[in-house]
Design a protein around this ligand. Structure first.
Ligand SMILES: Cc1ncc(COP(=O)(O)O)c(C=O)c1O
Length: 423
């Protein structure tokens, strides 16, 4: 039996992936465009059924490759960005500024200026201090900017602590007890256009009740603001939808339950809504293809040493999450199995992808493994640690493979190292 368990392998066919590794050196990220479109369409179906105005703004920190931005833009999707660099990438991909939201707690003067000059759709402001800075910059430029105030609702998203963003211990958003002041500051300037409230409580959220609590809090906030004479035109509900990092594809994020709690808590509000999914749209479309370099046997362990490292795919080292690792090969794999650790070449013990998993006993150097579900926070989190390259990216679209990012080699990187006298 050929190992075609994972959805991208199944979808585009194992031979397509093997062909790619014949043409381009591993490690390489490969994305399947149709899986991204399907995920987007899943959201659109639910939105259509709700019959409300809900805009989708893809959080490009998940994967900001131009090909992916253009693909989603072609479907009508806007974006959420968190840096000047991401803003430039979005504009370069042809996304119109009226479909770009800019969030983040540490926007620089330069970034705020760029956002105002580009007349973006929404600047999500995350503190009173930042709001004062935005007010000043907009006044200097004498240009308007639409403001979303990011609320920190102090709600536990019940996800990994490193991707929890909505509790009072987290650095994100404005605490509830400072929000009225923020709204009032926003109304004190002719250049600040108060759109509404945004919120994002974390990533990989499975617990729909956490979302429900957020919705309840937003509903009550809208009433309190209305009581003070402030109109909320928009509620930006953030992202965070769960992705199953499993070969079976389960458990799925319960979109129906999410929609139900949205309808029950916020359905009677007359404002516009936004969601900012990142991972949900792209995670399952991606595979990291890596070659087996050595199979190292020690008395305690069998290590499958591959050519991808933690610098290429940080998620395991960062969040202790193991992605499925499967043999991407057209040879039979119902042979005897062995228990192995799949590790990279980087000089850190945290440089591993899987511990004590089962792979065919006849695995050998040169075989290709696929680390699945790596379309989100894979390449976007990668680094050049150990002076390794930034690896290439490929997209399979309608059966054809396209190189969508060249490798950025140590030679490239070295060309930036210099010794210029400053003072
Ligand atoms: C403000 C904001 N919106 C959306 C997202 C996307 O989250 P996810 O990829 O979990 O959907 C993030 C992720 O950090 C975020 O910070």
């Amino acid at each position: 039996m050929i190992n075609t368990d994972t959805s991208p392998l199944k979808h585009s066919g194992i031979s397509n992936y093997l062909d790619i590794t014949q043409k381009i050196e591993t490690p390489v990220y490969v994305y399947d465009s149709e899986i991204i479109i399907n995920q987007y369409q899943n959201l659109k179906k639910i939105i259509a059924a709700l019959g409300k105005s809900i805009q989708v703004r893809y959080a490009i920190k998940a994967n900001s490759n131009q090909a992916i931005l253009k693909l989603l833009h072609g479907q009508g999707c806007g974006v959420e960005v968190v840096s000047g660099g991401e803003l430039l990438k979005a504009l370069k991909a042809g996304i119109s500024s009226n479909k770009i939201i800019f969030s983040g707690i540490g926007k620089t003067h330069k970034e705020i200026t760029l956002a105002i000059q580009k007349e973006i759709e929404q600047l999500s402001v995350e503190s009173l201090e930042e709001l004062h800075a935005v007010k000043k910059i907009a006044a200097t430029l004498q240009k308007p900017i639409s403001i979303g105030l990011r609320l920190n609702p102090n709600i536990e998203a019940k996800t990994h602590k490193k991707i929890t963003t909505g509790t009072d211990k987290n650095k994100f958003g404005i605490p509830l007890d400072q929000l009225m002041e923020a709204v009032s500051i926003t109304h004190s300037s002719p250049y600040l256009n108060f759109l509404g409230i945004s919120v994002h409580i974390g990533s990989q959220i499975q617990d729909i009740n956490a979302y429900r609590q957020v919705f309840k809090q937003l509903k009550s906030l809208v009433s309190s603001l209305a009581f003070e004479g402030y109109l909320v035109k928009r509620l930006d509900l953030g992202g965070g939808f769960y992705v199953p990092y499993t070969l079976s594809g389960s458990p799925q994020f319960d979109l129906d339950a999410y929609a139900k709690s949205f309808q029950e808590e916020l359905g009677d509000l007359n404002c516009e809504f936004v969601i900012e999914p990142g991972r949900y749209l792209v995670a399952e479309s991606g595979l990291l293809l890596t070659k087996v370099l050595y199979i190292k046997k020690t008395p305690a362990r069998t290590f499958v040493i591959v050519d991808a490292g933690m610098n290429d795919m940080m998620r395991t080292a960062l969040y202790d999450i193991e992605h499925p690792v499967v043999l991407c090969s057209d040879k039979e794999n119902d042979t005897e199995q062995m228990i192995v650790d799949v590790v990279g070449p980087v000089c850190e013990s945290s440089d591993f992808f899987a511990s004590q998993i089962s792979l065919p006993k006849n695995l050998k150097a040169g075989d290709i493994l696929a680390i699945t579900h790596t379309g989100a926070y894979g390449t976007s989190l990668s680094s050049t640690y150990n002076s390794r390259p930034l690896i290439p990216e490929v997209m399979i679209d309608k059966g054809l493979s396209y190189l969508i990012r060249e490798s950025i080699t140590p030679e490239h990187l070295l060309s930036f190292e210099t010794c210029k006298r400053l003072v």
